[in-house]
Design a protein around this ligand. Structure first.
Ligand SMILES: [Zn+2]
Length: 304
């Protein structure tokens, strides 16, 4: 497998990623995204709890009129999510620092309760590069060797994957393939290895996608089309993305190294065993039978 043996360290990868993220942030699409994001409030912890207890899948929440300014309407018959809004009065003429004098209940709505114009976004382009079946299989084996159960799943939203670092389970969208599938496996494995203790989502996504970018580059896959926009969107509130990346650089590099080592080790193990021909499945140890039959099914599906 030539791609895997070509793995080597490249200290400049993270610097290149940081400068691409910074460049994207000056584009017209980015400024439009920022203008839209500025219309959404940061909700307090109490309000986040209230929102998720009433609307568990909520992703983007705003008031009736804010949705209208974004070109969307609350759909007929939707019930508002009740949250607490501060009631303020000016502090002796200081308009910039009003005093909170109480709270009142107000209604907000999740994006799923609205229809209309799509929200501006900087698109992440799915990777279309084909990859070898060896790389795909070695990456799946590395995920399992790291102690994670791996399964393909159907998600109702645009998510590519999800990881439960505590239960050690990784689920990846069923229709992903090629470079996009390999990149997502690395991204999810990075979450699994780095994020057993809760951290801010922005930091978790920055780290996982940067690990994926570094590993992919060292495997001969250019994931910039996806990774740069993905990282930029999670760093929207960050004044200096290069600094945020640099701060986490050591952890990102060492996780990328660990994942590539796992990949090489599983490849070496696979090479030291003669892989049985299709049809000799019964000769396999019981714990490998499901794996082999699953790969056969997928290959048949791809040929169709
Ligand atoms: Zn993630």
């Amino acid at each position: 497998m030539t791609t895997l043996t070509a793995v080597r360290s490249d200290e400049n990868l993270l610097e290149r990623l940081a400068s691409s993220v910074s460049q994207l942030r000056t584009s017209a699409a980015w400024l439009e995204l920022l203008a839209a994001q500025a219309r959404f409030h940061e909700y307090s912890v109490g309000n986040v709890v209230l929102i998720h207890s009433q609307c568990p899948g909520a992703t983007r929440v705003a008031g009736f009129r804010t949705w209208q300014t974004l070109g969307r309407q609350v759909m007929r018959g939707q019930r508002g999510i009740r949250i607490m809004a501060p009631v303020t009065r000016p502090d002796d003429g200081d308009d910039d620092h009003p005093v909170v004098v109480g709270f009142r209940g107000v209604a907000v709505f999740d994006i799923s309760q609205t229809s209309g114009d799509p929200l501006p976004q900087v698109p992440c382009h799915a990777l279309s590069q084909a990859t070898s079946l060896e790389l795909r299989d070695a990456m799946e084996a590395a995920v399992r060797a790291a102690g994670f159960a791996l399964e393909r799943a159907d998600f109702s939203d645009t998510r590519n994957g999800e990881t439960d670092p505590v239960r050690r389970a990784i689920r990846v969208r069923r229709d992903l393939e090629g470079a996009q599938y390999v990149k997502t496996l690395i991204h999810e494995l990075a979450h699994g290895l780095m994020h057993a203790a809760p951290i801010r989502r922005e930091q978790a996504e920055l780290e996982a996608e940067s690990v994926a970018f570094v590993c992919c580059a060292r495997l001969g896959i250019d994931s910039a089309d996806y990774s740069v926009a993905y990282i930029a969107s999670w760093l929207a509130q960050e004044a200096d993305p290069a600094h945020a990346l640099c701060e986490r650089g050591a952890a990102i590099r060492s996780t990328a190294d660990s994942i590539l080592e796992m990949l090489l080790r599983t490849q070496a193990t696979a090479a030291s065993h003669a892989w049985p021909q299709p049809g000799s499945l019964a000769a396999l140890p019981a714990d490998q039978r499901g794996e082999a039959s699953r790969v056969d099914e997928r290959q048949a599906g791809e040929a169709a």
